[in-house]
Design a protein around this ligand. Structure first.
Ligand SMILES: *Cc1c(COP(=O)(O)O)cnc(C)c1O
Length: 362
């Protein structure tokens, strides 16, 4: 037996379920008697096709993705999608973006290169802004449903009533909770936060939004082309899809608090987040500044009231087996990302550490 691994609070690429890592290691040189590593297989061979089809089916089942949505297994990441989206959906026309933090602000800036972008509302990174100015003739409304850097999450998706599709960047909370598909036209997310290795980007797109790409859109990133080829128009990120597929199987079999699958994962995410936020709220040393109505279950930024303690905090955390707690450089402070794969034990260990550090330095 090796000693237990430290708890890893990275915002992404992020911690993966340990049973998945073990299975990947065990199958590394010979996937199920094929004599090949998954990395060495043709993406068109029967072995990989079986991996792909199971991953797609499991993801569809887990998130209850309706039949009129296609699931695309792409590359390019969230930032790539910031460009592919307007290229595929805007028809060169209008796009409304709700800015709730760093990622949606970036999305608006990139979309501006391809479309007429209006900021429909702008928040302060601590609250979701009210009173959106939406245009009836916009091609879509873009929202980031979990701001990874600011720690702001939509706990309910907006219900648009002006007939314009909602597009969500759900990179950092995809598969942490169900998605209300009846409110969404397109959802996208990079895998490296909650799903698997970097390199895979998932796009869920409603059928009627396909087929309107601008001429300048690269074929490999034309949603209709990718959908028509079952994500095999060019070589997909095969190894990342394989690992993601194992994560989907892990989620399906996950049990917690008398629940199973995504419901169990969601309940554990709720419990982990509650534990951590209540530790901050009870503390005189730490603070989380996000409004309670939209605190993220996945990414929890926090600050030490005495910033001079930051280096000592990070060093002591590392020595206690708690890794990658440093906040994003644009906001400073600390951030604990507690994605699906973070055990409850990891959050309890962090909370004990927080109290202990406060007792010594607070
Ligand atoms: C991480 C992230 C991105 C960017 O993903 P890349 O894969 O680095 O391009 C975009 N949006 C959100 C919400 C993210 O968390």
């Amino acid at each position: 037996m090796t000693s237990p691994r430290p708890f890893n609070f990275s915002a992404g690429p992020a911690t993966l379920p340990e049973p998945v890592l073990h299975q990947v290691a065990a199958e590394m040189l010979d996937w199920q008697g094929s004599g090949m590593s998954v990395m060495e297989m043709s993406h068109r061979g029967k072995e990989f096709i079986s991996i792909y089809e199971r991953a797609e089916a499991d993801l569809r089942e887990l998130l209850a993705v309706p039949a009129n949505f296609r699931i695309l297994f792409m590359q390019g990441g969230g930032l790539g999608e910031n460009a592919f989206l307007p290229m595929n959906l805007s028809r060169g026309g209008k796009v409304d973006v709700v800015v709730t933090g760093s990622w949606s602000r970036k999305s608006a800036a990139e979309a501006r290169r391809y479309a007429d972008v209006q900021i429909a509302a702008e928040g302060n990174g601590r609250e979701i802004p009210r009173d959106w100015r939406l245009r009836d003739d916009a091609a879509y409304v873009h929202v980031c449903t979990n701001e990874t850097i600011d720690g702001v999450e939509f706990h309910e998706l907006p219900q648009l009533t002006h007939g314009v599709p909602l597009v969500i960047d759900c990179s950092s909370h995809l598969l942490s909770r169900p998605i209300a598909w009846d409110r969404v036209g397109l959802a996208f997310g990079g895998a490296q936060k909650n799903i698997g290795p970097a390199g895979l980007t998932l796009v869920f797109v409603r059928d009627d939004l396909l087929g309107h790409a601008l001429d300048i859109c690269p074929s490999a990133f034309n949603y209709q082309t990718v959908a028509a080829a079952q994500s095999m128009y060019n070589t997909p990120p095969t190894f990342a899809i394989y690992v993601a597929g194992l994560v989907f199987q892990w989620v399906k079999g996950f049990e917690y608090a008398g629940k199973q699958g995504l419901a169990a994962i969601e309940q554990r995410n709720i419990d982990k987040a509650a534990l951590l936020y209540s530790a901050f709220d009870a503390s005189g040393l730490y603070e989380n500044r996000v409004d309670a109505s939209c605190r993220s279950r996945m990414n929890v930024p926090f600050f030490l009231r005495d910033e001079k303690l930051n280096d000592a905090f990070l060093a002591a955390a590392k020595a206690a087996g708690l890794l990658q707690l440093k906040g994003h450089k644009s906001v400073g402070g600390m951030r604990a990302s507690i994605y699906n794969a973070m055990p409850l034990e990891g959050v309890k260990t962090l909370v004990d550490f927080l109290k202990d550090f406060e007792a010594r330095y607070g």
